[in-house]
Design a binder for this molecule. Structure first.
Ligand SMILES: C[S@@+](CC[C@H](N)C(=O)[O-])C[C@H]1O[C@@H](n2cnc3c(N)ncnc32)[C@H](O)[C@@H]1O
Length: 282
């Protein structure tokens, strides 16, 4: 045990790290100890526990594990995201992926809805960005239908995504046209924020899904799956299992978008690279 209430003993750290990795896939090597301590102080205080080791004991010996695990994962995950993050992906989506899928039978968007899944969507900037660019793309195409699903392990970020209200400084990547059409500015000068317009909100649904689950309770005919900036937190065998499951939910010819620093090199999967961190299912 450690006498510093703001530090975790080696044993407490290992127990929490094992739990986090097992539950969420997020690797917690020893060099993340300080980060974990910083993030868990708020949780320990919220529960009225005097030290981080007491927090750990409350989880493993005090019966609080089940109720607290969601908060624990929320506290240690990185939810950083932006609208239109990694711009090239959105260009590829509307300039290459969508036109291609619209000409394959049955035609995406026309004979059936065009379906995009944003796995690990954080506060919703990614699925809403997808919905905005697809809505722009399809505005002149009669009868075009599409839907976007955003999923995440964290119920806290999903609550924000559902509300679709964002601080004003997140508007920067919107161009003028997108801003005018899809961002409703708050009239409250004390709360500089904007809300995503109903025409876009109506296209996007949210659900909680842990990528570590053996089975994803979703259809297997997605046209496009975004799973960006989460694999980097997983060890390679976990990355493989997640990507393998995601690919099984893509229709042949569909696309998998990973984060710019993520890839599938060395994974034997029915995927061919088509652009930077974008893969098409064979
Ligand atoms: C850095 S954000 C990435 C958000 C978005 N994809 C982007 O690129 O902007 C990573 C998200 O992954 C979520 N996450 C972490 N572990 C997860 C898991 N096992 N299953 C699903 N989501 C997870 C976190 O809650 C967080 O919201």
């Amino acid at each position: 045990m450690t006498s510093d209430p703001d530090s975790l003993s080696t044993r407490s750290f290992s127990r929490l790290a094992a739990l986090i990795e097992d539950y969420s896939g997020i690797a917690m090597p020893a060099n993340k100890k300080t980060l974990m301590e910083g993030r868990l102080r708020r949780r320990a205080r919220a529960l009225g526990l005097p030290s981080l080791d007491d927090y750990c004991r409350a989880l493993f010996e005090g019966g609080r594990l089940e109720g607290e695990v969601v908060h624990l994962i929320d506290a240690v995950t990185t939810n950083k995201t932006d609208f239109f993050r990694e711009q090239g992906h959105f260009r590829f989506l509307t300039e290459t992926a969508l036109p291609g899928l619209m000409t394959a039978a049955p035609r995406a968007g026309l004979d059936r809805p065009f379906k995009v899944w944003s796995a690990a969507c954080s506060i919703g900037a990614e699925p809403y960005s997808v919905a905005m660019v697809v809505n722009e793309f399809s505005s002149g195409i009669r009868g075009f239908r599409f839907s976007v699903l955003g999923t995440d392990i964290s119920s806290e970020v999903l609550a924000i995504a559902l509300e679709a209200i964002y601080p004003w400084d997140m508007i920067t990547p919107f161009g003028d046209a997108m801003r005018r059409r899809y961002a409703l500015r708050s009239r409250d000068p004390n709360r500089p924020c904007f809300r995503i317009a109903p025409v876009i909100r109506s296209k996007v649904q949210f659900a909680r899904l842990n990528l570590m689950d053996d089975h994803y309770p979703l259809e297997d005919d997605w046209d496009v799956i975004f799973c960006r900036n989460i694999l980097i937190y997983f060890e390679r065998p976990v990355q493989f299992r997640v990507v393998e499951r995601l690919v099984s939910h893509l229709r042949p010819g569909g696309y998998l978008f990973l984060g710019h620093s993520e890839g599938v090199a060395g994974f034997s999967l029915p995927l061919r690279p088509v652009a930077h961190s974008i893969f098409q299912k064979l």
